[in-house]
Write a protein that binds this ligand. Structure first.
Ligand SMILES: Nc1ncnc2c1ncn2[C@@H]1O[C@H](COP(=O)(O)OP(=O)(O)O)[C@@H](O)[C@H]1O
Ligand SMILES: O=P(O)(O)O[C@H]1O[C@H](CO)[C@@H](O[C@H]2O[C@H](CO)[C@@H](O)[C@H](O)[C@H]2O)[C@H](O)[C@H]1O
Length: 467
């Protein structure tokens, strides 16, 4: 028999399915599924669905889970089986549709034809490259906040998992940078927008569901290249970071330069602003608030809380006039790719845990610089997570400092001002990021928690020494 589009997953099945997904951010919290919404049917067996979740503290979130209905089990999809539903004279196997190669052409086909109907619009960027509708997809990036599919090596589609009303900044910023002719992002081909009603607020609106881009060939992720460099250093017991073949400092400097150029293009296309004294205090207050909320979630933060808070007070006390603009918002080595044509920046969505309103706001470009500085620290130390070795900890610090310096120098050359000249601002953003990371790791990768925690200890001690 053919699959029945009316077959929907039960709350029990979704409650079991969500925590097994990397993209579900609620794993470490108390939560319940409050309902589902079908945004649109893409064909007789494939639907765009949303799952609504409420946390014990009252916060609500919506996750996208497109579903495909099959009338027999599909080989290779057991890991994304949402439910096997029996009733009405047959059994339907409900899968996460993004993993079903027979279903995913509906998204590329939709963008290619500019499909529009009740509940969903597939936007195509004018004058953009062709979308290959016949290419089959594979899902990449198991360790990500969203789900990305590569179609035949030419197109990549990112399906946003946590969705909210409004245009996702990843789409907005890519579109603006491509229009401005920036060399440092992949071309955007189109996006998918849905309309739904939020059961928690009763509000109806539209929100971004997916984005299609050209796939960057000949590209290596910045995180992978940095890790290779660190492995090289660890393997050479007697050599320093500047003496090993895999030295990364040249690349770190070029990445700094590319970042400054992207910031410049964002200023030119999406404007600038200035935070006055009150706004600066509000910025610092947000950092205090995030620290306060992190304390009960991350044991080990409390003992440094005062020293960390002092970094936010220093920011609040600066004479007013902090320049702001649209920024990346969650910048780290995993958001960069080195291609034959230089560095490309990816994923302008901002920190997935922050509300969309905050992620759309202007911020200091030093927030991105601080994010990348934290990432050099992660790259240097992640190999030591399972086997702390004091002599390698020393090498890790050396590698991180060398590449942090090179990044800042490259950025400074292109921007005309070295970020290290704005030490108090940079430090406040670095502390704020490390606190964010501590919460992120506690929720998603508890084994990695010691990376941000050891940075927090260092940042707190440096602060105490200065006062
Ligand atoms: N245009 C692209 N070309 C090639 N690979 C890409 C492209 N965009 C993203 N990727 C790859 O997909 C991964 C996930 O993309 P990203 O936008 O960072 O998603 P997420 O929000 O889930 O972290 C990246 O780390 C990168 O390896
Ligand atoms: O890439 P995402 O938008 O999913 O960002 C989230 O996940 C990142 C991890 O994949 C996380 O980044 C942290 O870990 C990285 C190494 O895996 C490291 O390079 C980053 O510096 C560190 O912040 C990111 O914070 C989170 O928002």
């Amino acid at each position: 028999m053919s699959a029945d589009p009316a077959v929907r997953p039960s709350v029990e099945a979704l409650t079991a399915f969500l925590p097994a997904q990397r993209w579900f951010a609620g794993k470490s919290r108390q939560w319940e599924v409050t309902g589902t919404t079908t945004v649109a049917a893409l064909d007789e067996r494939t639907t765009l669905d949303l799952v609504h979740v409420r946390y014990a503290d009252g916060e609500a979130e919506t996750y996208q889970l497109p579903l495909v209905r099959r009338d027999a089990p599909v080989e290779g999809l057991a890991h994304v089986l949402v439910e096997e539903v029996t009733g009405g004279g047959g059994t339907t196997w409900l899968y996460d549709a993004l993993h079903d190669k027979e279903a995913t052409g509906l998204w590329t086909g939709g963008v290619a034809s500019g499909r529009r109907e009740d509940g969903v619009v597939f936007h195509r960027v004018d004058g953009g490259a062709e979308v290959d509708e016949d290419a089959t997809s594979i899902v990449i990036g198991a360790e990500q906040s969203n789900t990305s599919l590569v179609y035949g090596g030419s197109t990549i589609m990112k399906v946003f998992r946590k969705v909210s009303f409004g245009l996702n900044p990843d789409i907005e910023i890519h579109e603006a940078l491509v229009r401005a002719g920036s060399e440092h992002v992949a071309e955007i081909l189109g996006w998918v927008e849905g309309r739904w009603t939020d059961p928690a607020s009763g509000e109806a609106g539209t929100g971004s569901l997916a984005m299609l881009q050209c796939f960057l060939t000949t590209a290596t992720e910045g995180w992978e290249s940095a890790k290779a460099s660190v492995r090289d250093l660890y393997a050479e017991g007697d050599l320093h970071a500047d003496e090993v073949g895999g030295d990364f400092a040249g690349e770190a400097s070029r990445l700094g330069e590319a970042t400054a150029q992207v910031h410049q293009a964002l200023r030119e296309t999406l404007g600038t602003g200035t935070l006055d004294q009150d706004a600066l205090r509000a910025l610092a207050q947000g950092m205090h608030e995030r620290l306060r909320r992190a304390l009960p979630e991350v044991p080990g933060l409390e003992e440094h809380a005062d020293a960390l808070a002092a970094a936010f007070d220093d920011l609040a006390a600066l004479p007013g006039g902090l320049p702001v603009q649209r920024v990346h918002g969650d910048f780290h080595l995993g958001q960069t790719m080195r291609t034959l044509k230089g560095w490309k920046l990816l994923d302008f969505e901002g920190e997935p845990a922050r509300p969309l309103r905050e992620r759309q706001a202007m911020d200091s470009p030093l927030k991105d610089v601080a994010g990348m500085l934290r990432s050099f620290d992660y790259a240097a130390r992640h190999l030591l997570v399972d086997r702390p070795e004091p002599h390698l900890e020393y090498r890790a610090t050396e590698w991180a400092e060398r590449n942090r310096d090179a990044f800042c120098a490259g950025y400074g050359e292109a921007a005309g001002r070295d970020p290290r000249e704005d030490g108090a601002v940079l430090r406040a953003f670095e502390v704020d990021k490390a606190v964010y990371e501590a919460v992120y790791e506690a929720r998603n990768r508890p084994g990695w928690l010691r990376i941000p925690l050891s940075a927090i200890e260092r940042l707190a001690t440096q602060g105490e020494r200065r006062s």
